[in-house]
Design a protein around this ligand. Structure first.
Ligand SMILES: Cc1ncc(COP(=O)(O)O)c(C=O)c1O
Length: 492
């Protein structure tokens, strides 16, 4: 006999009235944020622990009223760094489009799990469509295969794994790398993103076996040195398997010589991966198309919609021209719960054949909504404008006596430094300027090392930025520098 009481109605659902309240109040908060973001300081006055002090830090057993929770959300938003601010130029972060943000809401409400067609039939079709669009947008392949990922690091890691499995002993997935023979090597420039070395570490190749190829004076991989290194490693009995080229390096935004690198990869039968996580959408600017010649020869390309396609985090993408190596890497029939019994062809399609994750968010919806709402022409225009603004910043710093441009502006990154006449330790000074500018809240720059110098780095992937924001940023740097000079004089 059953003695416990069994649920007779839904337990966590709310009434329609409450649902309307949640939706209206949350919408109000989003509206308030998106309409005031440009007036906020880029970064709030903050210190570690302040958020914890200002919101309820005790886990509630009985629940907290909606009004209080949304007020606490407001505080969390206030204490955040606003990557969508028109003068946010740090790292590679873009504002999200409003439609993209609502895309995330719709996807979460649906809560589809995009493991395979069976699990998320509509979402799977949208993701495959978006993957093909991304392939064609960047002139890679209009029938590209692949998947959306959490970001560029995950896309790069999957690419390295697939590249490796194509060349390694077929038994490696059962017996592990240690039984598979001499070390296998990857080649990338000294400017490649850290996610490549990290992936090599995680995957067990070892990051010493990511051969760092020196760059030319424009920070592009030296193709002559690439060939030399591959030949030297082969002579040593090592097993080269992959070359990674960058299409938009994280430091200065340069694009490696893709066609030449593709030729070397072909000559030695290596997988050719292009990390275009940041820069690949730069191809949409007619003035920059020539830089990407050879991208279409890649075996795989990383491209992050959450970087330069203005989609909210998280949305990375890995594209393959031919998916057979990916399928050979990931396909498994070992667990009953992932067999697609009774499904044929397209309906048996599964993203677990392409990557690491099993449960996956419906990331494609926000990418699809963003691309369709604006259309590819407007997105391309926003990217071109970012490139023009970076060029403008480059011109301003080149022509000013108190600034120096430290690297050519190839896409939308400008690296420069402040050079007063009487300062000897320019690295230290510029580091302090950056800290001051960041804390000041008027603009936000990050840093890079360029030819051994500390550079102030502005990465403009920001559709809100205008010429006036660039001028204000330069003014903020000068003010910070003058302030530091005054302070120093005051103490001497
Ligand atoms: C060129 C490049 N590759 C990879 C990544 C890593 O991307 P994510 O942070 O999305 O993992 C970045 C991040 O800035 C990048 O600029």
């Amino acid at each position: 006999m059953i003695t416990m009481s069994l649920r007779t109605q839904s337990s966590l659902d709310v009434t329609e009235e409450e649902l309307q309240k949640i939706s209206a109040e949350a919408n109000r908060l989003v509206f308030e944020y998106l309409t005031t973001i440009s007036e906020r300081p880029v970064r709030a006055e903050n210190h570690a622990g302040k958020t914890t002090e200002l919101i309820d830090a005790e886990l509630s057993a009985e629940g907290v009223p909606l009004e209080q929770l949304l007020n606490e959300c407001r505080k969390i938003m206030d204490l955040s760094r606003h990557n969508g601010h028109p003068r946010f130029f740090g790292y590679v972060a873009s504002p999200s489009t409003p439609i993209g943000a609502y895309g995330d809401l719709i996807a979460s409400a649906l809560n589809a799990n995009i493991t395979c067609w069976r699990s998320g039939p509509a979402g799977t079709e949208v993701e495959r469509m978006v993957v093909r669009w991304l392939g064609s947008l960047i002139n890679y392949d209009s029938d590209a295969k692949g998947l959306l990922t959490s970001g560029g690091s995950m896309a790069n890691m999957i690419a390295l794994l697939v590249a490796n499995r194509r060349k390694s002993d077929t038994a490696v997935s059962r017996r592990g790398l240690w039984n598979s023979g001499p070390p296998m090597t990857v080649y990338a420039s000294s400017e490649v993103h850290l996610s490549i070395a990290k992936a090599a570490d995680i995957l067990g190749f070892g990051h010493d076996y990511v051969r760092e190829i020196a760059c030319d004076e424009r920070q592009r991989m030296r193709v002559d040195l690439l060939r030399e290194k591959i030949e030297a490693d082969r002579r040593e009995g090592l097993r080269p398997f992959c070359v990674v080229a960058s299409a938009g390096t994280v430091n200065t935004g340069v694009v490696d010589l893709l066609s030449e690198i593709a030729a070397v990869a072909g000559e030695f039968d290596l997988w050719f991966h292009v990390d275009g996580a940041y820069g690949a959408p730069g191809i949409l600017d007619e003035r920059k198309k020539h830089l990407f010649a050879g991208l279409e020869l890649a075996d795989s390309v990383s491209l992050d919609p959450h970087k330069w396609l203005y989609v909210p985090v998280d949305a990375g993408c890995l594209l393959f021209r031919d998916d057979s190596a990916a399928k050979a890497t990931f396909s498994t029939e070992e667990a009953d719960y992932i067999k697609t019994h009774g499904y044929v062809d397209e309906e048996a399609f599964a993203f677990w054949d392409y990557g690491i994750e099993l449960s996956r968010r419906f990331r494609a919806l926000k990418v699809w909504l963003t691309l369709q709402y604006y259309g590819s022409r407007r997105i391309a225009e926003a990217i071109s404008e970012d490139i023009s603004l970076a060029k403008y910043l480059g011109e301003v710093v080149s022509s000013a006596a108190d600034f120096e441009l430290l690297a050519p502006v190839e896409l939308s990154i400008c690296c420069f430094r402040y050079i007063p006449r009487d300062e000897t330790d320019l690295d230290k000074l510029n580091e302090r300027i950056m800290e001051r500018v960041q804390k000041g809240g008027r603009a936000y720059l990050s840093n890079a090392t360029v030819n051994g110098h500390f550079a102030l780095r502005a990465c403009i992937t920001n559709f809100r930025t205008t010429k006036n924001d660039i001028d204000q940023t330069i003014a903020a740097v000068r003010e910070a520098a003058e302030d530091l000079t005054q302070r120093r004089k005051g103490t001497t």
